[in-house]
Design a protein around this ligand. Structure first.
Ligand SMILES: [Zn+2]
Length: 256
């Protein structure tokens, strides 16, 4: 099995577009469709034809290009069963635990309610690649629009058990602000301090911070580290549950 080719580009203001191309079958999936023109431009630059859109959730900045891309390519749109009514042009729904083949590549669907009620992530199992959209960001997590902090914490735990080397592609370039916030929660974390310095330098040079790895996030992302003794001490929440610590971190980020 040949490895997938990925093309990452910026759309709108801070959304990432990602194309996933299988060189064996010539299938090309757009992960969400933030902006049809940007997706078409990226595909044409690579000489790829869009055959699929893998929708993660119903927010406009993830689905606005669906119908225009379908019109142009007659591509198949796959998306979350629990947001089916809100996703333009949807052809096939996916629920938690479903899996399907993209060429010879197996894709597992992981439902991660929190940011929205039915958000799904796409895990390319053999390739060790996860498309986490607005559930897990580099050093951050999605805002809680439709589900509780406890729900989001449990969703993040479903991602945290994937292999450490999993490459994570996320929905927005929010990493610099996330890094500055993370330092307020986990100020003694040496790995975080050095990563934050790297991120300051990358963003100053206009470089994207995508992808990250699960190992890196487990070491530095406060939203995966609610059980960490040093963070709990810092928040004066040593005897509280992980869900409560996570909720406090999320609340602080909303006001950061
Ligand atoms: Zn969103």
């Amino acid at each position: 099995m040949k490895s997938l080719d990925l093309d990452v580009f910026l759309c709108r203001t801070d959304n990432f577009g990602v194309l996933v191309h299988d060189p064996e079958t010539n299938l090309t999936a757009s992960i969400d469709a933030p902006d049809a023109d940007a997706v078409i431009k990226a595909a044409e630059r690579r000489g790829w034809t869009i055959t699929h859109i893998f929708t993660t959730h119903h927010h406009t900045d993830h689905v606005e290009g669906n119908l225009a891309l379908k019109e142009k390519y007659d591509c198949e749109i796959i998306g979350p069963i629990n947001e089916a009514v809100a996703i333009p042009g949807l052809d096939k729904t996916m629920a938690d635990g479903d899996s399907f083949e993209f060429g010879e590549h197996t894709v597992n669907v992981i439902e991660t309610p929190g940011h929205t009620a039915g958000h799904i992530c796409y895990h390319f199992v053999d390739d060790k690649v996860l498309f986490a959209a607005d559930t897990l960001f580099a050093l951050g997590c999605g805002r809680l629009f439709e589900r509780s902090a406890a729900d989001m914490w449990h969703s993040l735990q479903k991602l945290a058990v994937l292999p450490d080397e999993t490459a994570i592609y996320f929905g927005h370039e929010y990493t610099l602000s996330n890094a500055r916030f993370a330092l307020t929660i986990d100020p003694d974390n040496e790995r975080l301090k050095s990563r934050a310095a790297d991120i300051e330098a990358m963003r100053a040079e206009g470089k994207f911070t995508i992808p990250t790895t699960l190992a890196m996030e487990k070491e530095t992302n406060p939203f995966l580290r609610a059980a960490d003794p040093s963070i709990r001490r810092n928040l004066l929440m040593e005897s509280r549950t992980n869900e409560e610590v996570f909720a406090e971190i999320r609340k602080r980020k909303d006001n950061f």
